[in-house]
Ligand binder design. Sequence first.
Ligand SMILES: Cc1ncc(COP(=O)(O)O)c(C=O)c1O
Length: 370
Amino acid sequence: MTAFPRFTPLAASLPSTVPFVGPEAIERQRGLAVRARIGANESGFGPAPSVLATIAEKAGEIWKYNDPENHALKAALAARLGLKPENFVIGEGIDDLLGLIVRLVIEPGMPVVTSLGAYPTFNFHVNGLGGRLVTVPYRDDREDLEALLALVRQEEAPLVYFANPDNPMGSWWDAGSITAFARALPSTTMLILDEAYSETAPEGSIPGADALIDLPNVIRTRTFSKAYGLAGARVGYGFGTAGTVSAFDKIRNHFGMPRLSTEAALAALADQDYLVDVVGRIKAARDRIAAIATANGLTPLPSATNFVAVDTGRDGLFARAIVDGLMEHGVFIRMPGVAPLNRCIRVSAGLPADLDLFEEALPKVLASLR
Ligand SMILES: Cc1ncc(COP(=O)(O)O)c(C=O)c1O
């Protein structure tokens, strides 16, 4: 008997799960209000005042579709990074671009290499397009470049995903190791080098924008969601060789970028003073999260991102109890999804008032668990 509606066998086989439970959904499900939103690696510091002014100024143009070629933003990014506009693709956040890359490269059943416990939205796209995820465990809470390369070779994988700095652990590699990894890959393997947290990364950890621009099998992705404080605007970009980047035009949603989001991103790029200032505030918030964790007998891990992974010294059940317990106090945080990373909780850099709430609630939650 045929079931209706008829979906593709792949769609019919997919689990009907929601990959991320958002803070709004948690509020609805648990009847609790989020008072400190420090779980989704957004930036509570928000975008620059100049960006908000631009959004207000341009709001009246909302009746117009956006330029489907995103020309102005590509040109501004090219000027900033010393590349050409044709090296860029603009998307609705990195999340959108990840889906498009998987669509461009993967046919059902093909192996895709990533790290066990790495950014789950990538896995969501691979599963949704029928790829076969093959994973490498983290080593010392870092993605294991050597093992990733070995698995790519063993599987003859057409796609490998790697984030530097990494989510959920906040760890990072030096630029030299990253470029060596990219250059060692078979030319038949596409690398997604996800640099969502490049703005908060330490000196020497992000290869120069042109360091890999000769390689057709490398796409680097970045976003305005993190340090630029524009997660709700959904603006991400990828860069690579003009030939590789042009392939996105075959499948992307050409009118997908919201007009005001592009204006906001342009204004954000133009206000680098604010970026410098906010990166300083993110670092200060990281230090404070680490100090709060230490004061409570927990171990903060070094971080190159806008969050801190904190080792609870116990297992995933204990970390989950902390996450749930903090939410009882209105403090929304998250945790890695997979062992052994899930012995940690993950706290996003937030405003001092948010971290005050975290500082107040954490000892109470830990006491209740003893
Ligand atoms: C590694 C990584 N890549 C991509 C994203 C999503 O970026 P965007 O908001 O541009 O879709 C995140 C967000 O948490 C992330 O941690």
